[in-house]
Write a protein that binds this ligand. Structure first.
Ligand code: PAF
Length: 281
């Protein structure tokens, strides 16, 4: 595996592979790799000739500076994992390489960028959109892989690719969970064992809500029940919403199970966790 820090070098290397008609796969990450990321690499290896994994903690997608400071960093271990898992190139640019000073470009994703994560993390999706657009331009992947845990991010990136005509197919890979059901996340390293137990409420509450939906219980009652559950478990809930899986607009009365996603964000031991579930998957 080759580790590359400069975009210009990666662009040169990729152009050679493109000329040879090789299929390029991209797995974008912010490092602190876990089994969820390795699953993306595994999928990429199945379908692509060349797999590039980016490791870059993108400052422009953090609305909270403390969150950026606290974000786990483990570059040496990450590179070893990528190598072991057959990644071909690790792209690890510096901030200077990615963002010129005073970069002022913003991307307005419309309503989908303003609700749920967009509402609670102002500027977050703009930062995600910017960095992903840069990676798509530099790496020109035929296929890019993202985890379902960031479901709204996937919808945002799909919008970016459609609207800016990137020639990249996006694959959404199901969330990888630990044996108890906790969605794997780089942020989990900050949780104590007790915190991890508490954090299971996210997964169990999503399943409870899903079962209630399948029994045609109305959405308002479901949300009231779930909010009470978070309150009694002493977990600070940021949002718990039943939404359309493509537009992320709230669903008040359910017409089809196919379009529904349930999304949650909550703080456990001061760590912000998100999770989601699709009704028909
Ligand atoms: O999902 C992530 O880890 C990040 O948001 C991404 C897509 C790598 C962009 O920084």
């Amino acid at each position: 595996m080759q580790v590359i820090n400069e975009s210009s070098l990666l662009i040169d290397i990729i152009s050679t592979y493109k000329f040879q008609k090789k299929i390029i796969g991209l797995v974008p990450t912010m490092g602190a790799l876990h089994r969820g990321h390795l699953q993306l690499i595994e999928k990429a290896k199945l379908n692509c000739d060349i797999v590039v994994c980016s490791i870059y903690i993108n400052p422009t997608q953090f609305n909270n500076p403390t969150d950026l400071d606290k974000y786990p960093r483990s570059m040496t271990a990450d590179l070893a994992l990528l190598e072991e898992n057959g990644c071909d190139f690790a792209f690890c640019p510096t901030d200077e390489e990615m963002f010129e000073k005073g970069n002022t470009i913003t991307i307005d994703f419309g309503n989908i960028g303003k609700v749920l994560e967009g509402h609670f993390r102002p500027g977050h999706f703009n930062g995600v959109g910017l960095i992903v657009a840069k990676f798509l331009n530099i790496i020109q992947p035929d296929i890019a892989y993202f985890g379902q845990k960031d479901l709204q991010q996937f919808a945002i990136i799909s919008s970016l690719v459609r609207n800016l005509n990137f020639n990249t197919q996006l694959i959404r890979v199901p969330t990888v969970r630990d044996k108890n059901g906790l969605a794997l996340s780089s942020r989990n390293v900050h949780l104590s064992e007790e915190g991890k137990q508490k954090a299971l409420t996210l997964h169990t509450s999503l399943n409870t809500a899903k079962n209630r939906i399948l029994k045609n219980i109305n959405t308002k009652d479901i949300i009231t029940e779930i909010k009470a559950l978070y309150h009694s478990n002493d977990i600070a809930l940021e949002y718990f919403e039943i939404v359309n899986k493509d537009t992320f607009e709230k669903i008040i009365s359910i017409k089809s199970f196919n379009t529904i996603a349930i999304c949650v964000a909550a703080y456990v031991e001061g760590i912000r966790l998100i999770d989601n579930i699709l009704i028909n998957e």
